[in-house]
Design a binder for this molecule. Structure first.
Ligand SMILES: [Zn+2]
Ligand SMILES: [Zn+2]
Length: 219
């Protein structure tokens, strides 16, 4: 659990110095007022799934747009970061860019959004609502959801990654000609040799008199 989430859990006030706590004071609750800016923040914890994610502390670029509306502040943004993970087929480490768009409404602390959601149906109760704390809003949960949802569930090092050899575990992309024909040949040769000697043995036992007799004629 990150420090921020512990804070949320304890209902501690937001820390305005945190890079993901945004101050909306300049908007002055004037509907239509707009503030656009970019900032780079260190990635928080939990921005990933088992196979891929944004390493904690790595830089995330945020383009943000805060727009004052009647009931609160609408936050629209894009996050860009570098993902680290591993290919699900060949288990090779991989890195790729991630871009996640998000938009979330943060209601004023005193706004009654029960009336706002009243006519949107039964699903409204499941909807997570975000609120400003004073002039501050916490972007962290919104960002986390957006980034995690944007992650590839089955990241691959290359679209056509052939994966691993099911017999020896070799990474097939490193060795396009990889196969086990040699081993197969050797085993077949051994089997054929065995079969051959058995046939010879049978011949020797069953046909020895005839073979011995025929040989001179064939040659
Ligand atoms: Zn791969
Ligand atoms: Zn192999």
């Amino acid at each position: 659990m990150s420090d921020r989430r512990k804070q949320e859990a304890l209902n501690a006030p937001l820390d305005p110095r945190s890079p993901l706590v945004l101050d909306t004071r300049e908007l002055g609750r004037r509907p239509g007022a707009l503030k656009e800016f970019s900032r780079t923040v260190p990635a928080s914890a939990d921005l990933g799934i088992e196979v891929i994610g944004v390493p904690q502390g790595s830089p995330m670029e945020l383009d943000l747009r805060l727009e004052s509306v009647m009931e609160g502040v609408l936050v629209t943004g894009t996050a860009r970061a570098r993902l680290k993970g591993e290919c699900v087929r060949c288990l090779e480490p991989l890195e790729q860019e991630c871009e996640a768009d998000f938009q979330e409404m943060f209601s004023y602390p005193d706004a009654d959004d029960r009336s706002r959601f009243a006519d949107t149906g039964d699903d409204a109760e499941d909807e997570e609502t975000f609120r400003l704390e004073g002039d501050l809003l916490d972007l962290e949960p919104v960002l986390r959801d957006a980034v995690v949802l944007s992650l590839p569930l089955q990241p691959v090092c290359q679209e056509d990654c052939p994966g691993l050899c099911p017999r020896c575990g070799a990474r097939l992309a490193d060795d396009p000609g990889h196969d086990h024909n040699e081993a197969v040949d050797i085993r077949w040769a051994a089997l054929e040799g065995l079969a051959g000697s058995m046939r010879d043995g049978e011949k020797d036992e069953d046909n020895e008199p005839r073979t011995a007799g025929d040989d001179p004629q064939e040659k």
